[in-house]
Design a protein around this ligand. Structure first.
Ligand SMILES: NC(=O)c1ccc[n+]([C@@H]2O[C@H](COP(=O)([O-])OP(=O)(O)OC[C@H]3O[C@@H](n4cnc5c(N)ncnc54)[C@H](O)[C@@H]3O)[C@@H](O)[C@H]2O)c1
Length: 368
């Protein structure tokens, strides 16, 4: 199969959909890989490294879109790329179609095949191509939260770890899923005093076990959230209710009563955030202050660390890309139910219930 990797065009997107090791794997299976010149630079991967791995470096993205049977990307195609979509071509990327009517319509018109990373789902309901970015965001949340507590950012002017004779900061993590457990891992490692809340006792038990008891687990309910948040120096929002907006668990009234100079890193901002005072921010201007509390609410946190995020993402996407390339699309979909669940549009038909519901379009079953 001919696989094309164009440079990402979305503002501040520095990740790339393949690493040199990924190229080696595809080429060694007999496939051709076309990569746009400079596609890896944001993640510090040089054209020469791709070339050494067996890729062909191409100057014109149009040529890649025209030649490739499968396009590997990180973000959804942008307006400037719509005219490049073509019949029967596989687009394998984060698509988020249910939130994007225009792209959905353009992909249906073009009769291309869209497989969304975010909709690939294993039999246990987990989302293996979202998990690596949650891992990055969870770990990063403590790093950026530590920065928010510095006085220059409007913070309380305390060090998360404390020092000899001076106690550490109190970190409160709401949500003990992938983001929460990874935030907990870093916060405990740095020496902070950490509490984690969830509605699911199994998740709390898991986090307590992996942290060998170096964390206080708390059942998530309104009274406990208020009690913990008012004592916190740093709060991490890490809740997810699949398919729904995040619940507003921290009210503006609670924010007003927090310690002056405390910080909230609301990782769940991409689902609306768990705090009434949350509004989305960007890497250019990541923080703002409400009621003397520093808020960090960047919707695309992994974009700050593309060298890590590119490798974390492609470690997970490559096996699916290889399966599609080796078996052909229909062979791969017939064999891999997780991949089939990730199929959003197929040659002019909507094949994903979330996309069909979002735009009241008919849902077509794939018969393989
Ligand atoms: N901002 C970013 O760049 C970025 C990056 C990755 C993930 N995210 C977001 O982070 C959030 C968490 O993602 P995840 O992968 O950890 O999800 P996850 O499903 O692994 O974990 C979510 C957890 O929230 C818990 N929960 C649900 N309701 C709760 C409540 N009322 N109180 C406390 N806990 C509750 C669930 O039991 C679950 O353990 C999502 O909104 C995700 O979209 C944002």
């Amino acid at each position: 199969m001919i696989i094309g990797v164009p440079k990402e065009r979305k503002k501040q997107e520095r990740r790339v959909a393949i690493t040199p090791a990924g190229v080696t794997a595809l080429v060694s299976h007999g496939h051709r890989v076309l990569i746009e010149r400079g596609a890896g630079l944001g993640s510090a991967i040089m054209d020469e490294q791709y070339r050494a791995a067996g890729a062909e470096i191409i100057g014109e993205p149009e040529f890649i879109w025209q030649e490739a049977e499968m396009i590997l990307k990180v973000k959804e195609p942008l307006e400037e790329e719509y005219h490049l979509l073509r019949e029967g071509q596989i687009i394998f990327t984060y698509l988020h179609l249910a939130a994007n009517r225009e792209l959905t319509e353009r992909m249906l018109e073009a009769k291309c095949i869209g497989i969304g990373y975010e909709t690939i789902q294993l039999d246990d309901g987990s989302l293996p191509l979202l998990a690596p970015m949650s891992e990055v965001a969870g770990r990063l949340s403590i790093q950026v939260g530590a920065r928010c507590l510095e006085v220059t950012q409007g913070g309380r002017g305390i060090l998360l770890s404390g020092v000899s004779g001076v106690p550490p900061a109190k970190v409160v993590i709401i949500g003990a899923g992938i983001v929460g457990a990874n935030a907990c891992h870093v916060a405990v490692g740095i020496g902070a005093q950490v509490s984690i809340l969830d509605v699911n006792p199994t998740r709390l038990g898991y986090v307590r076990d992996i942290m060998h008891g170096h964390v206080t687990t708390v059942m998530s309910n309104r009274a406990n959230i208020e009690e913990e948040v008012l004592k916190a120096d740093l709060v991490i929002g890490a809740v997810l209710i699949p398919g729904a907006r995040a619940p507003k668990l921290i009210t503006e009234d609670m924010v007003e009563k927090m310690k002056p100079g405390a910080a909230i890193v609301d990782v769940a901002v991409d689902q609306g955030g768990i705090c009434e005072t949350t509004r989305p921010t960007t890497h250019d201007d990541p923080t703002y202050i409400v009621h003397d509390v520093v808020h960090y609410c960047v919707t695309n946190m992994p974009g700050a660390v593309p060298r890590t995020s590119t490798y974390a993402l492609t470690n997970s996407t490559l096996s699916y890309a290889l399966e599609i390339a080796d078996r052909g699309l229909e062979g791969a979909l017939a064999r891999n139910r997780a991949l089939l669940r990730g199929l959003n549009v197929f040659r002019g038909k909507v094949t994903h219930s979330g996309v069909a519901e979002a735009f009241s379009l008919p849902l077509e079953e794939m018969h393989l």
